[in-house]
Design a protein around this ligand. Structure first.
Ligand SMILES: *[C@@H]1O[C@H](CO)[C@@H](O)[C@H](O)[C@H]1NC(C)=O
Ligand SMILES: *[C@@H]1O[C@H](CO)[C@@H](O)[C@H](O)[C@H]1NC(C)=O
Ligand SMILES: *[C@@H]1O[C@H](CO)[C@@H](O)[C@H](O)[C@H]1NC(C)=O
Ligand SMILES: *[C@@H]1O[C@H](CO)[C@@H](O)[C@H](O)[C@H]1NC(C)=O
Ligand SMILES: *[C@@H]1O[C@H](CO)[C@@H](O)[C@H](O)[C@H]1NC(C)=O
Ligand SMILES: *[C@@H]1O[C@H](CO)[C@@H](O)[C@H](O)[C@H]1NC(C)=O
Ligand SMILES: *[C@@H]1O[C@H](CO)[C@@H](O)[C@H](O)[C@H]1NC(C)=O
Ligand SMILES: *[C@@H]1O[C@H](CO)[C@@H](O)[C@H](O)[C@H]1NC(C)=O
Ligand SMILES: *[C@@H]1O[C@H](CO)[C@@H](O)[C@H](O)[C@H]1NC(C)=O
Ligand SMILES: *[C@@H]1O[C@H](CO)[C@@H](O)[C@H](O)[C@H]1NC(C)=O
Ligand SMILES: *[C@@H]1O[C@H](CO)[C@@H](O)[C@H](O)[C@H]1NC(C)=O
Ligand SMILES: *[C@@H]1O[C@H](CO)[C@@H](O)[C@H](O)[C@H]1NC(C)=O
Length: 848
């Protein structure tokens, strides 16, 4: 151990940028004491380089070496099993050793893991299963867990895929962590190292398929050169048992794809179209013999589809199903189909669309079609009821679409641990025919006895070493795989495995990250949109910061129907859109009535007065105020909790996350203030606790003495304190805002709220009596104390002064004397005119 310490430590340090994710195989202290509990030899029952069993042998060797400093040989084929670890398939084992004394009950991709007796056995139903078992064994020993085990583990569902929303030009739709690892400049990248590394990460959590390109697809994927490129991607992922799938553009036959025939129609029942797709499918299978299948978004959000020709969605799906059938592939057909709607129609409801479109077609889909259903009826909101479609197509295969990408949930700049949200859907009982009908048992195929089904998780990995932009957000990817394998597992224990593997087993590290993570979704719900009112973000622009008025008066149908007296969508059968009636009767009755609708979905299903009293005893509007204050207050504690981990984890990741928690603490206040001000303005009802609109610690920038700065009315008004900000008069000359302080002499935290627009890097200097107390630049790098974060934030930027660009920087422990002159000099840069909203002088520990 001593001899190996230096190289091992060097390897560890290099990996702490996050690239190794939870597969760091960090050396454990006292490792040598466990050498006798570890195998001396590894027997991998397939010697072919690139086979998952061969990969498993290498992975086990590297892991045991790295964690415990024990060198094991890897033998291929038969070898004395005693004091060995044997990894392979059940069949390979029987062939090598003649017989197997146990007969584990394994289904596709399942494994048997035994550490009892003198041999560790890791035996898969197939090679992929053997690799999964190897990763499970490594996960145990990397956590120092030498519990003797002997058990079979099978996945709950056969489809456990990710959906990458990568475009061929290298951009990623809702990507917050750099560009695509798969594509650049219209083609597949030449260096696929990151793709292999990604496959390894996915295999370690049981993911068996990756749809590599965006659901908003492009026909040029089907150029012969790109089909060859898909072959290279598949080759890079195959050693980890990960199959690829591709998203198709429905009208490709008429898209003039270079190298393919060009038709005049894409009508799904036209013979020329049928043979065009058969031809293209054959070409893909030549390059990717084990392609998993297609993902199709049709007649959705402007995409072409079968409805263009008056054909049914089933005819559209079956077109691809028939082309794939000879090759064993499946079609994932997205249920996200809806039309634009008119809000003046009280009965119009986007939430009804999926059932309206798909229920009549139940029974018409081919056996290899899987209907891929977003977890809720709208679109990945902070809280939704389970999509009623899960209960309405019992003759069809279904999969649930979850989103690891935090599109509406803080874009990886806010900590939101998602499994508790996912569990509200997976564990929801639809009570179809008054029988237990949990969503997870519907998508696994058990409830309606379907052969196919499972999970599609939207993931936005990019070229950043952190994979998805934030170290802590990776717990969502880890948990996605674990839940797709076993949706009954507990989100807390999954999280704690991830913490031990990603950081270490220090109880304070485990307790702190557990507490922050478990409080994170409730906090985000509270300061974005509670009571089932959806994430009140800007649905027309970034999907990031607050902007509640964008929900209404649009054709997108994410309405709140808020006016001066009432708020919420009336989805009742009796007086509303009838959406509650799309659920089976036992559920429908609950949602139909206010008394039996849970408070957290009240505004989803009912149009009520702001004064309506909740089950908790407070009014709707007061609950809005209370929860927004509570959620934002919780977000402040994430920063202080994280600060406790200094020195307990590596500095690099500690510092990265510190910046993000600091950013979140500030942006949570932006959210809180925007939402409460908006509804206070609309309802005219005062906050009983006197908080809303009352900020005793703030100096509004527009109230300062201005030189070279002018007042600026921010739109939407609620994105700025008092609706006003200041900007420099020109974009070439610095401006100065000064204020003679009237507060008492003492020590304060100075918090400055400003705006960070894309398209300029304005800079600021704040001083007290001409003595600098802080300097910063508005360039998407979060600030804390007096230094700039190493990583950019990565959320969708804004060119405006609004709730997305609003940001806070805090300078702590500043000594202030009554009568001091506080001054900020802002230097504009291009479009960014050094905007300022307000400065808070906070007695230490106070949040305004
Ligand atoms: C070993 O792996 C190769 C490549 O995956 C495969 O073709 C072969 O059938 C495997 N051999 C055995 C004995 O299973
Ligand atoms: C060790 O691993 C086994 C098998 O996964 C698990 O049941 C047990 O809870 C683990 N022990 C600890 C202390 O984590
Ligand atoms: C390929 O990419 C990997 C990971 O980004 C990098 O380490 C390696 O140097 C690249 N190889 C080449 C030949 O550019
Ligand atoms: C497909 O990509 C090309 C560029 O390669 C672009 O011109 C075209 O608009 C894209 N089509 C769609 C439907 O996005
Ligand atoms: C498939 O299409 C290509 C390109 O149009 C053509 O060259 C080829 O002959 C077709 N193959 C079959 C089997 O139809
Ligand atoms: C393909 O067809 C479209 C219209 O159907 C036409 O505009 C285009 O020029 C054709 N392209 C080729 C390469 O034939
Ligand atoms: C689709 O059907 C509608 C009504 O039946 C008809 O008016 C329309 O012309 C049809 N469109 C096409 C492309 O066949
Ligand atoms: C019933 O619907 C109408 C619109 O048709 C709406 O104005 C009214 O507020 C609703 N009544 C209740 C009790 O929700
Ligand atoms: C809303 O308040 C009005 C006036 O107090 C009352 O008549 C009405 O019944 C209330 N509506 C609901 C849905 O509570
Ligand atoms: C700050 O500097 C300016 C310009 O140099 C000067 O006019 C002013 O008196 C100084 N203020 C204080 C409080 O020292
Ligand atoms: C990391 O992600 C950020 C945000 O998307 C991006 O601007 C940056 O270029 C990325 N860095 C790398 C090395 O990919
Ligand atoms: C300054 O702002 C104006 C208008 O806002 C813009 O047209 C101009 O390009 C900006 N100048 C620079 C150097 O970016």
């Amino acid at each position: 151990m001593r001899l190996l310490a230096i190289p091992l430590f060097a390897g560890l340090a290099a990996a702490e940028n996050g690239l190794a994710a939870w597969l760091r195989y960090a050396p454990l202290s006292g490792a040598q004491h466990f050498h006798n509990s570890l195998p001396s030899h590894i027997v991998a029952l397939n010697s072919t380089l690139g086979s998952p069993v061969y990969t498993a042998g290498q992975e086990l060797q590297n892991g045991i070496q790295s964690i415990y400093g024990k060198q094991c040989d890897v033998h291929q084929g038969h070898w004395d099993a005693a004091s060995s670890l044997v990894v392979g398939t059940i069949d390979q084992y029987k062939k090598a050793y003649g017989s197997l004394s146990i007969n584990p009950d394994l289904t596709g991709d399942g494994y048997w893991l035994s550490t009892e007796g003198s041999t560790v056995q890791i035996l898969g139903q197939n090679e992929r299963g053997a690799l999964y078992g190897a990763f499970q064994y490594l996960s145990m020993i990397a956590q120092g867990n030498f519990t003797r085990v002997a058990y079979a583990s099978n996945p709950d569902a056969p489809i456990r895929w990710t959906n990458e929303w990568d475009n061929l030009d290298g951009s990623i739709e809702r990507g917050f962590a750099g560009n695509s690892i798969f594509f650049a400049n219209g083609v597949v990248v030449s260096n696929l190292t990151r793709v292999s590394e990604y496959a390894r990460i996915l295999a370690s959590i049981g993911i068996n398929g990756v749809v590599v390109n965006n659901v908003n697809a492009n026909a040029s994927l089907l150029r012969p050169g790109n089909i060859q490129g898909l072959g290279r991607i598949a080759d890079a992922m195959r050693p980890y048992g990960v199959q690829i799938g591709v998203s198709l553009f429905f009208s490709s036959p008429t898209s003039a794809v270079q190298g393919q025939a060009n038709l005049t129609t894409f009508d799904p029942i036209d013979e020329s179209v049928v043979s065009w797709w058969a031809n293209v499918t054959d070409q893909i299978y030549e390059a990717v013999p084990d392609m998993a299948g297609y993902l199709v978004k049709a007649n959705s959000e402007g995409q072409p589809g079968p409805l263009t020709y008056n054909r049914t969605l089933a005819q559209g799906a079956n077109l691809f199903a028939k082309a794939l059938q000879p090759h064993g592939g499946v079609v994932m057909f997205r249920a996200f189909v809806y039309n634009q709607l008119n809000e003046s129609d009280w009965k119009a409801d986007r939430a009804n669309a999926a059932v309206d479109f798909f229920k009549p077609l139940d029974g018409e889909f081919d056996d290899n079609v899987v209907i891929q259903i977003k977890y809720g009826p709208i679109d990945f909101q902070v809280r939704e009821p389970a999509s009623p479609l899960f209960a309405n197509i019992p003759q069809s295969n279904t999969a649930i679409e979850l989103q690891v990408t935090q599109e509406y949930l803080g874009q990886q700049c806010h900590l939101v641990y998602l499994p508790p949200l996912w569990k509200t859907i997976l564990d929801f009982d639809m009570r179809v025919d008054n029988e237990p009908s949990l969503v997870r048992n519907i998508v696994s195929g058990q409830r309606f006895k379907k052969a196919l089904g499972g999970y599609a998780g939207v993931v936005n990995v990019g070229t950043n070493e952190t994979w998805i932009g934030s170290h802590l957000a990776m717990s969502n990817l880890y948990a996605y795989g674990r839940l797709a394998w076993d949706p009954t597992s507990d989100p807390t224990s999954i999280l704690q495995d991830w913490i031990r593997l990603t950081f270490n087993a220090d109880p304070s590290v485990i307790n702190t990250i557990t507490q922050m993570s478990l409080e994170s979704w409730p906090a985000y719900e509270n300061y974005s949109g509670n009571l089932g009112e959806q994430t009140l973000t800007d649905i027309l622009y970034t999907h990031f910061g607050p902007n509640p008025q964008t929900q209404d008066n649009t054709a997108w149908g994410q309405w709140t129907r808020a006016d001066h007296n009432m708020i919420g969508m009336d989805r009742t059968v009796s007086n509303g859109t009838g959406n509650s009636g799309q659920y089976p009767p036992a559920v429908a009755t609950d949602y139909e009535n206010i008394a039996t609708t849970p408070d957290n979905l009240l505004l989803w299903f009912h149009h009520v007065n702001y004064t309506t009293v909740l089950k908790s005893g407070v009014s709707v509007i007061q609950d809005f105020y209370n929860q927004h204050y509570a959620g934002a207050a919780t977000a402040q504690t994430f920063l202080s909790q994280w600060q406790l981990l200094q020195g307990k984890i590596d500095d690099e990741r500690f510092t990265d996350q510190l910046y993000r928690q600091s950013y979140q603490a500030g942006h949570a206040l932006v959210w809180r203030d925007a939402i409460v001000n908006f509804y206070h303005n609309l309802s005219g009802i005062a906050d009983k606790e006197g908080r809303v609109g009352n900020h005793p610690y703030r100096i509004e920038a527009e109230d300062m003495e201005l030189e070279g700065y002018v007042k600026y009315a921010v739109s939407p008004f609620e994105a700025a304190s008092n609706a006003m900000a200041i900007v420099t008069s020109t974009n070439t000359t610095a401006g100065t805002a000064s204020y003679t302080l009237t507060c008492g002499t003492g020590t304060y935290d100075l918090a400055v709220n400003y705006f960070d627009q894309i398209g300029g890097n304005a800079s600021y200097v704040m001083s007290l009596n001409n003595k600098t107390v802080g300097e910063w630049t508005a360039n998407f790098r979060p600030w804390i104390g007096n230094s700039e974060g190493p990583r950019v934030l990565g959320h969708t930027p804004s060119i405006y002064l609004d709730g997305h660009s609003a940001i806070r920087v805090t300078f702590g422990n500043v000594s202030v004397t009554k009568g001091d002159v506080l001054k900020i000099v802002g230097t504009p840069d291009r479009i960014e005119k050094a905007p300022l909203d307000y400065i808070s002088l906070l007695p230490v520990g106070v949040v305004d």
